[in-house]
Design a protein around this ligand. Structure first.
Ligand code: AMP
Length: 219
């Protein structure tokens, strides 16, 4: 069983890289945000509770999150391992994960931090533009539309989402980075943390992550 924990601030590119690692390594990508959104959509008791926190941009309480995520990790498709994305997000979650894995004779093999400075994250979010009609995503620098301010695909005006505004992004980062530092410190103290420069092009970040997972490349 190979268990990888993918760490990074919101916008660091975890989701993109998790998909790449899933394809390369043949183990499923389990994203806490996806699990929560499915529970909210199905209006399960956990979903109803989680929604109260998520809608305010707060973390879901540890006890609820731990139960939901560990249940998912115990499903048959994760018997050979998994890529964990968005969990653990706090130190108690990291400790609960270790205990659950130890019961199965397993452990977290590697924690992979996609490191992007906060200023870069703010710039990434601040440049994002979304088409009003169907949500196609552009970026003023990285992926500009052919005609400024207009969606290439359906011709509708591009807008900036409220939660991509600089002040909002900064506030969200400051709130979330403290917990991330705790989890990073936890895995560093266990000597299983590898840090990858998340400012590289997407493909290079992916290759760096693969090299960090492969013991031969993890010098
Ligand atoms: P994400 O899709 O990872 O950005 O997660 C969306 C929201 O779900 C977060 O803003 C939190 O409210 C909640 N969430 C996701 N993962 C966790 C976690 N491990 N612990 C607590 N809350 C979480």
């Amino acid at each position: 069983m190979t268990v990888l924990v993918l760490l990074g601030a919101p916008g660091a590119g975890k989701g993109t890289q998790a998909k790449f690692l899933e394809e390369q390594l043949g183990i499923p990508h389990l994203a806490s945000g996806d699990l929560l959104r499915a529970a909210v959509g199905a209006r399960t008791p956990v979903g109803v509770e989680a929604d109260r926190f998520m809608s305010r941009g707060q973390l879901v309480p540890d006890a609820t999150m731990i139960r939901l995520f560990l249940d998912r990790l115990a499903q048959p498709d994760a018997a050979g391992g998994a890529i964990l994305d968005g969990f653990p997000r706090t130190r108690p979650q990291a400790e609960a994960l270790d205990e659950a894995l130890a019961e199965r004779g397993a452990r977290v093999d590697r924690a992979l931090l996609i490191d992007v400075p906060i200023e870069d994250l703010v710039q990434r979010a601040a440049g994002r533009r979304i088409c009003q009609a169907s949500g196609h995503v552009y970026h003023l620098v990285a992926n500009p539309p052919k005609v400024p301010g207009v969606c290439d695909i359906d011709g509708t005006p591009l807008i900036q989402r409220e939660d991509d505004r600089e002040e909002t992004v900064r506030a969200r980062m400051n709130q979330q980075l403290g917990a991330l530092r705790d989890v990073v410190g936890f895995y560093r103290s266990k000597d299983i943390l590898k840090t990858v420069d998340g400012r590289q092009p997407i493909a290079a970040v992916g290759e760096s992550l693969l090299a960090a997972v492969d013991p031969a490349g993890a010098a």
